[in-house]
Design a protein around this ligand. Structure first.
Ligand code: SF4
Length: 250
């Protein structure tokens, strides 16, 4: 697999605070744990697959430009499952449960960046696409950690949790609510190359969007998700928690 390779170093990282409080990461270092990816991909030593994976790891390290943004917003009003933030209405039982007692949220978008998306192997190359997708996910998660670290430091918040529309069972916080978050963020997602399609798919596909909020308790939507075969599950389904949200959703 031949790719154009240009050098990218951590010192290229650019962070800017805009006049409306948006913190914008125009280019973050493409960090990932290469050993963990090697282990997960289980390539036979000395195989062609292993050589391909190594080439991809080097390519991602050289070309990756993950990006992110967040900004502080205050909850103006709440009524059951509905929350109004700067005139935009959000609705879902997950919000009611997780934002009880929370007055400020940080809508955010993180992306692995269009640079890596543009280098994805062609559709027919299933294994290569699998490798590349796993690397892009690792880059995305690492960029999310960097953004979260900045948020906690900048706002002196010891711990935060986050929720995302469409994560977990669909009614928890419907994916269509991505439109409301993008409305809140205005043209800023465009500044990091993220587009929300009418279908509510984000482009680049390896992007995350949601609310961060101050919380002492770590939260994973997997607690209320029935996707049994999900390889990314972080915690088991919690039936009591799920029932509590289901009742709130009625
Ligand atoms: S189990 Fe999988 S699909 Fe469900 S919320 Fe967790 S990571 Fe997402």
């Amino acid at each position: 697999m031949k790719r154009n390779v240009t050098r990218c170093t951590g010192s290229n990282s650019r962070i800017e605070e805009l006049s409306d409080g948006t913190v914008l990461f125009a280019s973050l270092p493409p960090e990932f744990n290469a050993d963990r990816i090697r282990k997960e991909m289980r390539c036979n030593p000395g195989s062609r697959d292993e050589a391909c994976l190594e080439e991809m790891l080097a390519c991602a390290a050289a070309n990756g430009r993950p990006k992110a943004l967040y900004r502080p917003c205050y909850i103006d009003a709440r009524d059951g499952n509905e929350h109004t933030i700067e005139g935009v209405t959000f609705s879902g039982p997950l919000l009611r449960r997780q934002l009880a007692g929370v007055h400020r949220v940080f809508p955010f978008v993180v992306t692995c960046g269009e640079e890596l998306t543009a280098l994805a192997p062609p559709l027919g190359e299933a294994l290569e696409r699998y490798y590349w997708g796993s690397i892009c996910t690792a880059v995305l998660r690492s960029a999310h950690r960097m953004m979260r670290k900045d948020l906690r430091h900048r706002y002196q918040i010891p711990r935060t949790a986050y929720i995302s529309p469409g994560s977990g069972d669909p009614w928890l916080w419907p994916i269509e609510q991505l439109r409301a978050i993008f409305e809140l963020l205005g043209d800023k997602p465009e500044m990091i190359g993220v587009e929300l399609r009418p279908s509510c798919a984000m482009i680049p596909q390896k992007s995350i969007c949601g609310f961060h909020y101050a919380s002492e308790i770590e939260f994973h939507t997997c607690r209320a998700c029935h996707m049994e075969a999900c390889p990314d599950r972080l915690v088991p389904l919690d039936p009591d928690f799920w029932n509590e949200l289901r009742r709130a959703g009625r």
